[in-house]
Design a protein around this ligand. Structure first.
Ligand code: DX5
Ligand code: ZN
Length: 217
């Protein structure tokens, strides 16, 4: 099973994004958190900044859209260069149509769930998706403590994905660090977002490698 580390630039120095991105060139993906101050109580960045980041790195961008009305906006992120686009199912009016549109644009289609959103109602949607993102904190801010109560949901989602077959990645986001990544991997996650753990480390690239090793067990 492949394992992927996707550092979140939310914890990077926003005044030096190009330099920050180059500090983690060994990362598998680059996680870009888009927040609109409506879906979550925080505001980060949007299309022009994501597009600019894409021009200074070869690392594929994993856009996590914490925004209202992803049906309208998510395709633009694929067009701006995000190789994976994650929308929140709580905000999507037509998640199947949206996932199909993202794939048509050449992006991986990914669906995110907040901690209190159950996966079970969405089981039938899995064939339309390339990734499921399970939030392991309430979305909106970096640096929050990992919610252990999400481990059973990671396990249930892993079982569901295995049952359906296919190659849908299972991403965890929030509080993932050297102290928690093994629990996430053991529960069945294969794709790991880490913001403060990576950019707060003295050597972010070494932390990326360490996290990948720890996840591999
Ligand atoms: C939070 C974001 C996360 C955040 C993770 O809403 O979706 O991607 O950057 O940060 P850490 O790893 O510090 O919890
Ligand atoms: Zn995120």
């Amino acid at each position: 099973m492949g394992l992927r580390i996707s550092p979140s630039i939310l914890s990077a120095d926003f005044a030096n994004l190009e330099r920050e991105v180059h500090r983690i060139e060994n990362a598998d993906w680059l996680h870009v958190d888009v927040m609109d101050n409506h879906f979550v109580p925080n505001l980060t960045l949007g299309l022009p900044v994501l597009e600019a980041i894409g021009k200074v790195t070869d690392t594929p961008i994993d856009a996590h859209l914490m925004i209202d009305d992803p049906d309208r906006w998510a395709p633009s992120y694929a067009e701006a260069g995000a190789r994976s686009v994650t929308f929140h199912v709580e905000a999507a009016a037509a998640p199947v149509r949206l996932a199909r549109e993202l794939r048509t644009l050449g992006a991986r289609a990914s669906m995110a769930l907040k901690p209190a959103t159950p996966i079970e109602p969405y089981e039938d949607l899995l064939p339309e998706l390339d990734m499921v993102l399970l939030m392991t904190v309430e979305p909106g801010f970096g640096g929050q403590a990992f919610l252990d109560i999400m481990l059973p949901k990671i396990r249930r989602t892993r079982a569901m994905l295995d049952k359906h077959g296919g190659d849908v990645w299972l991403q965890v986001d929030g509080g993932v660090s050297a102290a928690t990544i093994e629990r996430c991997a053991e529960a069945g996650a294969d794709t790991f977002v880490a913001g403060s753990a990576v950019f707060g480390a003295e050597d972010p690239a070494a932390m990326v490698d360490q996290l990948r090793d720890q996840a591999a067990g």
